[in-house]
Design a protein around this ligand. Structure first.
Ligand SMILES: [Zn+2]
Length: 159
């Protein structure tokens, strides 16, 4: 898993990388100078869509990657090609997309107050973030997520 720092334009992409289990720091208030300093101090890979920031980071010996691509699948494929990261989505290895804490499997009884009645009826497997308390399950939204990862894998395979 990578230690990553994303710039202010990559808030949405940050969530995808956390879902894959990477430790991703994101704070839209950081300016370029702060991004470079944190990436250097914490040995994080800096991801940016800003060519100027990329050039500055290279000049300061920061491990930086310019994220290209029109959609999340293309961006994921580009990152996977560069850093050989897996594009297989496994919730047992995931971090909370919202706050970057590792999510853990939990019992339905424990989270029943946090989930809608229909979800309670149709799903058995749940994960919870111990930091922010958010509960996850493999519902309709999750299927769309899995499709994006599948698309990213096929982009990668086709080079
Ligand atoms: Zn969380």
């Amino acid at each position: 898993m990578l230690k990553i720092l994303t710039d202010g334009m990559l808030g949405k992409f940050t969530r995808w990388l956390r879902m894959l289990g990477h430790d991703v720091k994101y704070d839209s208030n950081l300016d370029d100078e702060a991004l470079i300093r944190i990436a250097k101090d914490e040995k994080r890979v800096l991801l940016t869509r800003d060519l100027q920031l990329q050039q500055q980071a290279i000049a300061r010996s920061v491990n930086v990657f310019l994220v290209k691509g029109e959609n999340e699948a293309e961006r994921l494929a580009a990152l996977s090609q560069r850093f050989q990261i897996s594009l297989e989505f496994n919730p047992d290895n995931s971090r909370c997309p919202k706050c970057n804490t590792k999510i853990r499997p939990t019992k339905k009884e424990k989270v029943s107050k946090k989930i809608p009645p229909n979800t309670r009826k149709f799903y058995e497997d749940f994960w919870e973030c111990v930091e922010c308390g958010k509960v996850y399950w493999q519902g309709a939204h999750w299927k769309r997520i899995a499709e994006t990862f599948k698309e990213a894998r096929s982009i990668l395979a086709s080079g």
